[in-house]
Design a protein around this ligand. Structure first.
Ligand SMILES: Cc1cc2nc3c(=O)[nH]c(=O)nc-3n(C[C@H](O)[C@H](O)[C@H](O)COP(=O)(O)OP(=O)(O)OC[C@H]3O[C@@H](n4cnc5c(N)ncnc54)[C@H](O)[C@@H]3O)c2cc1C
Length: 400
C-alpha cells in the first residue's frame, strides 16, 4: 500500500478562482494541492474579458466587488507585465435621458460608498472617447475599474502558491469527490481535510445539485488599433431590460487591451451548451458595437470565441462550506464577475478555513442560503431548475 499524502486543502479546478484560493491558503500556512485537468487558467478564465469592475446590483455584490478591487490594487504592483493590469476606468454610457438618470443614481450610490466616480456631459464624453457615436448624452466614469489578462494572472497566482509549498497536479481530471478525497482519472486519491470545488461552470459535473447554470458568452478580438478607445466602455441600456433570463441577450461592452487590440463583447445565453460560435448572436453583438462605435466597422477582427459563466439565481457566488458536507467547500458560481471577485473569494475562503475574521461579512455568499432538507435537495435538478428561482439572474456587468 502506498502512503497517500494528506493535505489541509485540495482544490479541484485551476482557473483564476482555484489558483487564488491556492495562494491565499498557502499564505496562511495550509498544505495545499491544486488539481487542473488542462492548463492553468484555461477555462472561463481564458475566455473572459478581464474587466475588474465594481458593481451595484446589491449591497452584497458591491461589498465583494469593491473588496476584491482593493485587493487587485494591492496585487497590481507585484504582478509581472504579462498580467497587463491597467487602471483604465469604466465609462457607463447613457444613450438617452432615462439612462442619464441611471448614471446620476449610480454616481450618488457609489459616492455614498467612497467609490471615486464622475458624471461626464456629452461634450466631456466625446473628448474622452472621440470614436463614440454622436448623440450619446453622457456617461458615468468609475475611475478605479481596471483591466487584466486573466490567464497569466491565474498562472502567476498558482506559481506563487507553489513557491509556498502548494502541490500543482496538472493534466489530471477529478472524477469523483469521495470521503474527503479527490479521485483522479489515474485512480490516484488526494486526501485532504477540506476539499474546495472551484470548477466554474463545470462544478455541477461533480456536484449535480448545485444551483448553477451555464451561461454562454461570445467575445471578438481585433487587430491592433492603439488609442481607438481609452476606457472600458459599457452601455447603461441593460438597466431597461434587467432580469431577462429566458431570452438571449447582447450588450455593448468594449475593452482596450494593452496590445492596442479591442475586445468586443458581449453576449449571454442560457440553454446553449455547445461551444460553437452562434452566427446570429455574433452579428447582433457586432451590430450593437457599431451602434456605439461606428468606426468598428473598419477594423479587422482576428478571432472569435465562446466561454461559459457559472450563473446562480441571485447573481452571487457560492463561497464557503457546503450546506450538507462540512468537509466540502465551494468557490464557484461567479457568473460574469469571477475575474473581479477571485481575490476576495480566496481571502474569504482562506480566512474562514483558518478561523480568521474575514474583511467583509461572508453571510450573503454562503452556500447555506440554498440549503434544503437533505432529502429534497437531491431533487434540486440543475437541468430542470424547478426548485430554484432564476428570476433575478438576468443581469450583471453591463448585459441586456
Ligand atoms: C465571455 C465572458 C466574459 C467575461 N468577462 C468577465 C469580465 O470582464 N470580468 C470578470 O470579472 N469576469 C468575467 N467573466 C467571468 C469570468 O471569466 C469567470 O467568472 C471566471 O473565469 C471563473 O473562474 P473559475 O476559476 O471559477 O472557473 P474556470 O476558469 O472555468 O476554471 C475552472 C477550471 O476547472 C477545470 N476543470 C473542470 N473540470 C475539471 C475536473 N473534473 N478536474 C480537474 N479540473 C477541472 C477547468 O479546466 C478550468 O480550468 C467572463 C466570462 C465570459 C464567459
Amino acid at each position: 500500500m502506498t502512503a497517500e499524502p494528506v493535505f489541509d486543502v485540495a482544490i479541484a479546478g485551476g482557473g483564476i478562482v482555484g489558483a487564488a484560493c491556492a495562494l491565499a491558503c498557502a499564505q496562511r500556512g495550509l498544505k495545499v494541492a491544486l488539481v487542473e485537468r488542462d492548463v492553468l487558467g484555461s477555462g472561463a478564465t481564458a475566455a473572459g474579458m478581464g474587466h475588474v469592475v465594481v458593481m451595484d446590483d446589491s449591497e452584497a455584490q458591491f461589498a465583494l466587488t469593491r473588496y476584491s478591487q482593493e485587493l487587485w490594487q494591492k496585487l497590481a504592483a507585484q504582478l509581472p507585465a504579462s498580467c497587463e493590469y491597467e487602471q483604465r476606468g469604466t465609462l457607463w454610457i447613457a444613450a438617452d435621458a432615462e439612462e442619464m438618470d441611471a448614471a446620476d443614481r449610480k454616481n450618488a450610490w457609489y459616492a455614498a460608498r467612497s467609490v471615486p466616480c464622475d458624471v461626464l456631459t456629452a461634450a466631456q464624453l466625446r473628448k474622452a472617447e472621440p470614436n463614440l457615436a454622436p448623440g450619446l448624452v453622457g456617461a458615468l466614469l468609475v475611475s478605479e475599474d481596471a483591466v487584466v489578462y486573466p490567464p497569466t494572472v491565474a498562472l502567476e497566482l498558482a506559481r506563487r502558491a507553489q513557491a509556498l509549498g502548494a502541490q500543482l497536479v496538472l493534466g489530471k481530471t477529478v472524477q469523483q469527490i469521495a470521503d474527503g478525497s479527490l479521485v483522479l482519472d489515474d485512480e490516484t486519491r488526494i486526501r485532504a481535510e477540506r476539499i474546495i470545488v472551484a470548477l466554474g461552470a463545470d462544478s455541477v459535473s461533480l456536484r449535480p445539485g448545485l444551483p448553477i447554470r451555464k451561461r454562454k458568452g461570445h467575445l471578438v478580438i481585433t487587430d491592433r488599433y492603439p488609442g481607438f478607445v481609452n476606457h472600458q466602455l459599457v452601455e447603461l441600456g441593460y438597466l431597461k431590460s434587467a432580469h431577462s433570463v429566458s431570452s438571449d441577450s447582447v450588450a455593448f461592452n468594449v475593452q482596450p487591451r494593452q496590445t492596442g487590440q479591442l475586445l468586443i463583447g458581449s453576449s449571454r445565453q442560457f440553454g446553449a451548451d455547445s461551444a460553437e460560435v452562434n452566427q446570429p448572436i455574433l452579428s447582433a453583438m457586432l451590430a450593437r458595437a457599431r451602434l456605439y462605435l461606428p468606426g468598428v466597422a473598419r477594423l479587422s477582427a482576428i478571432r472569435v470565441w465562446t466561454g461559459f459563466r457559472a450563473a446562480t439565481p441571485d447573481k452571487l457566488p457560492l463561497i464557503g462550506p457546503d450546506a450538507h458536507d462540512p468537509k466540502l467547500w465551494l468557490a464557484t458560481g461567479h457568473e460574469g464577475l469571477g475575474i473581479t471577485t477571485s481575490l476576495a473569494t480566496a481571502e474569504l475562503i482562506a480566512d474562514m478555513l483558518s478561523n480568521q475574521r474575514p474583511a467583509i461579512a461572508p453571510g450573503p455568499y454562503l452556500p447555506a442560503r440554498y440549503a434544503q432538507p437533505k432529502s429534497s435537495s437531491q431533487h434540486l435538478k440543475n437541468e430542470a431548475n424547478h426548485e430554484v428561482d432564476w428570476s433575478h439572474a438576468g443581469t450583471d456587468h453591463g448585459i441586456r
